[in-house]
Ligand binder design. Sequence first.
Ligand code: SF4
Length: 275
Amino acid sequence: MPTPASQPDRLAGLTSPAGLATLADLEAAIVACRACPRLVEWRERAAREKVARFRHWTYWGRPVPGYGDPGARLVVLGLAPAAHGGNRTGRVFTGDRSGDVLFAAMHRAGLSNQPTSVSADDGLRLQGAWVAAAVRCAPPANRPLPAERDRCLPFLVRELQLLPDARVLVALGAFGWDGALRALGVLGHAVRPLPRFGHGAEARIGPWTLVGCYHPSQQNTFTGRLTPGMLDDVLARACALAGLQGAPSAGAAGAAVARAGRAADAHTGESAKEV
Ligand code: SF4
């Protein structure tokens, strides 16, 4: 495993054409990264100390790379792995409540072969989609520092370059939205004036379309701020933009609730908050 001192050179090469050539190369670089001392300490401590319900697991305890179909036309971008979710299982959004909600919706949208995502060897396969996090290591309190966000950004930039068919980015939460804009800016696309995050917001950025979605966090799903129908609507729209023939939304029953929720958001002006 490389030392922290070796990392700057590797990161510096990420955005150049001579950088990492394949998704496999990128994954290897991400998994070996130790560039953020605070996050390295946190992810490894969580892996050592565990939580009672997962005490028999051997935690991954390393950065979590993106996952999905190399021919993806649609990229779902989250914030960062959860300490006892992706940091435990080694696969993004796998093994936590947010992932349960997200992958169930992706299955309803025809983007995966199964509705569950519980471990790296559970047989999940994505179709036409890729899932990644803007920051690859689990952060304390789910809050990466700006310097950590910036340090990790080249991984996302390179990932988008290595997904040549992808043109739609679904940003989960304002942090994912911000990360997507930063990455697209590095790729040379005009991102100003900065489009505002909101659930269902859309922005054309160069050849990409960015679509906003409330994060499927426990807080948002338990409170009904994000319903399955709302998630289905966003994924159905993203699939249409990406030219994917996804399955019809199975969240139709929730659509009326979703519309009511959005109407409430419009009324209260809360849709632009980080959620
Ligand atoms: S957050 Fe990103 S840059 Fe920082 S240690 Fe993890 S993988 Fe490396």
